[in-house]
Design a protein around this ligand. Structure first.
Ligand SMILES: *[C@@H]1O[C@H](CO)[C@@H](O)[C@H](O)[C@H]1NC(C)=O
Ligand SMILES: *[C@@H]1O[C@H](CO)[C@@H](O)[C@H](O)[C@H]1NC(C)=O
Length: 239
């Protein structure tokens, strides 16, 4: 056993998106968002902690594409956890802008909510007072398909090949991957929250949800899948 390969990769969420015309796809496009039902009291220490956490995420996103933060508080219910994950093909500048945009939208979408998460095309942001870092999440949060294009076996084969590619692990750690066959392209992004002290088996530690977007000529398919088993495995260290 060994090096860092024994550190298991934990992914909580992946986003995939594909671009018909890659250069023109906006990283700011809304994909999904959700808020905790519980509300905090405005003006409370909880609110200051949320603001501190989100500000830290925004600042950090200008120089890295993934980070997590914990804002500790004397009372555990006011302790906050948060992370952001930018798509692997974004520059630091674009990542920073995307996270800033997501945080700003979260503030509106999840006004006074104790927790919230938002996925834009280019980045994912989440905060909560229940720890979720390193915890896999297989929830399908979005299932969205483009216009039907009728049965086209070539197209379907290309799509399936793409999904297979995205979901296949070769043992190396690839939190971000892109693929393209014919007119179909795809992108997958795992959230890189690792858990160094986790001993659960391989099944559990890998991936989670994926958002896949495929665009073939006219077709746009966006789905969240949880089959991306080994895709984001960090090394083959697990038994
Ligand atoms: C999170 O914060 C809310 C609002 O203050 C509180 O009601 C809830 O109990 C907290 N949850 C945890 C897990 O501490
Ligand atoms: C959170 O970030 C710290 C570094 O700031 C890192 O050591 C830790 O592994 C991260 N935790 C998770 C769950 O990603």
């Amino acid at each position: 056993m060994s090096k860092i390969s024994t550190v298991k990769a934990f992914i909580s969420l992946l986003a995939i998106t594909v671009l018909a015309v890659p250069a023109t796809s906006s990283t700011d496009s809304f994909v999904f968002g959700g808020c905790s039902q519980l509300k905090f009291t405005p003006g409370s220490p909880y609110e200051s902690n949320v603001n501190l956490l989100l500000t830290s995420l925004v600042n950090s996103a200008t120089f890295t594409t993934y980070s997590n933060f914990t804002v500790k508080s004397p009372t555990s219910q006011d302790t906050l956890y948060g992370l952001f994950q930018c798509r692997g093909d974004l520059s630091n500048g674009d990542c920073g802008r995307c996270v800033a945009r997501a945080v700003s939208q979260l503030g509106t979408l999840c006004l006074d909510s104790s927790g919230g998460a938002l996925q834009l095309e280019g980045c994912f942001v989440k905060y909560d007072n229940a720890t979720f870092l390193g915890v896999e999440d297989k929830t399908e949060v979005l299932h969205k398909c483009g216009p039907l294009i009728g049965y086209d076996s070539d197209e379907m084969n290309r799509r399936d090949a793409m999904l297979d590619y995205l979901g296949t692990g070769d043992g190396s750690y690839k939190p971000f991957r892109v693929g393209g066959v014919g007119g179909v392209s795809s992108v997958a992004q795992c959230v890189q929250d690792l858990s160094a002290n986790n001993n659960q088996n391989d099944e559990v530690e890998k991936t989670l949800a994926i958002l896949i977007g495929l665009i073939a000529a006219v077709a746009l398919l966006i789905v969240f899948l949880s089959f991306l088993r080994k895709a984001c495995e960090k090394g083959k260290g697990g038994k």
